[in-house]
Design a protein around this ligand. Structure first.
Ligand SMILES: O=c1ccn([C@@H]2O[C@H](COP(=O)(O)O)[C@@H](O)[C@H]2O)c(=O)[nH]1
Length: 275
């Protein structure tokens, strides 16, 4: 999917919501545990209930890898289900990969070719040759951690080296890499006050923004400082939506939560773009 197509979906659905698919067998409704593949059944129900309100889904691979081969198969079934039934939806493998070049190439093949995700998250720590193998895939997107939503972001990312905060250096340097037009960046919703500075460095890039909902970030603050003239934001919420209920009504309740976020987004888009 191209960023232009993603932008069109945002305007069509009046939404820049990305639903995080973080299935945890201890949290999903007990009645699903009796099915053959509880994780897939859970994801499928959430997707069926929210696909008209969201422009993206972000399975975090940790929640699948934790269950070994069965979990990986559930991930494969989930991405196939989205691609076959809702090909207009942008998919993100939140895997936070990155290694020496030849290894990164294999990670890129796994997520872009074998699983056919539109994008994958990567860590910038190993530098240019660890990220460029992902960027080589045209119309696939590499979403690099810039300023994360957690408290530990302040351990390294905001430290100043050579007169500049590390996350700013990451943003600036990555723009010089080959095929950098395929880059997007992760910026946490809990760091809304940093968005204005980030937009000075990457005015046109899409930002994947986790941290509203369970982590308490403010959607309106993120939009105030982070939205560009093409919207440029994919705002993720997982637990607040997918675990809205543990009962047989879990999908209905997930829809209600997603709808409330979508409606807030629609209000913001109406104000800014008169869509
Ligand atoms: O900075 C980051 C990067 C990734 N995440 C991931 O996003 C979701 C957030 O889930 P919630 O339940 O909405 O808090 C989860 O998969 C994280 O691993 C992040 O939170 N912050």
């Amino acid at each position: 999917m191209t960023t232009q197509q993603l932008h069109e979906q945002i305007l069509l659905k009046k939404s820049f919501l990305c639903v995080g698919l973080d299935p945890d067998l201890t949290k999903i409704p007990p009645h699903l545990l009796e099915t053959e593949d509880p994780i897939f059944e859970f994801n499928k129900a959430i997707i069926d209930a929210t696909h008209d309100l969201a422009v993206g889904y972000k399975p975090n691979t940790a929640f699948f890898e934790a269950y070994g081969i069965k979990g990986w198969l559930s991930l494969q079934k989930t991405i196939n289900y989205i691609n076959e039934n809702f090909p207009e939806i942008f998919t993100i493998a939140d895997a936070k990969r990155g290694d020496i070049g030849n290894t990164s190439s294999m990670y890129a093949k796994a997520f872009f070719e074998d699983l056919n995700f539109d994008s994958v998250t990567v860590a910038p720590y190993m530098g240019k040759d660890s990220v460029e193998p992902f960027l080589a895939f045209e119309n696939k997107h590499t979403i690099m951690l810039a300023l994360t939503s957690n408290e530990g972001a302040f351990d390294f990312q905001t430290l100043t080296t050579n007169g500049k905060e590390l996350y700013k250096q990451v943003l600036e340097t990555s723009k010089t890499w080959k095929n950098s037009h395929n880059l997007m960046y992760v910026v946490g919703a809990t760091k809304a006050e940093y968005f204005a500075d980030i937009r000075k460095i990457v005015p046109d890039s899409f930002l994947l923004v986790p941290g509203i909902g369970a982590q308490g970030g403010s959607l309106s603050e993120v939009c105030k400082y982070g939205m560009n003239d093409k919207v440029g934001l994919l705002v993720n919420s997982a637990r607040a939506i997918i675990y809205a209920s543990k009962g047989t009504d879990f999908a209905e309740k997930a829809r209600e939560e997603a709808l409330s976020v979508q409606q807030e987004m629609e209000g913001i888009l109406n104000l800014k773009f008169q869509v």
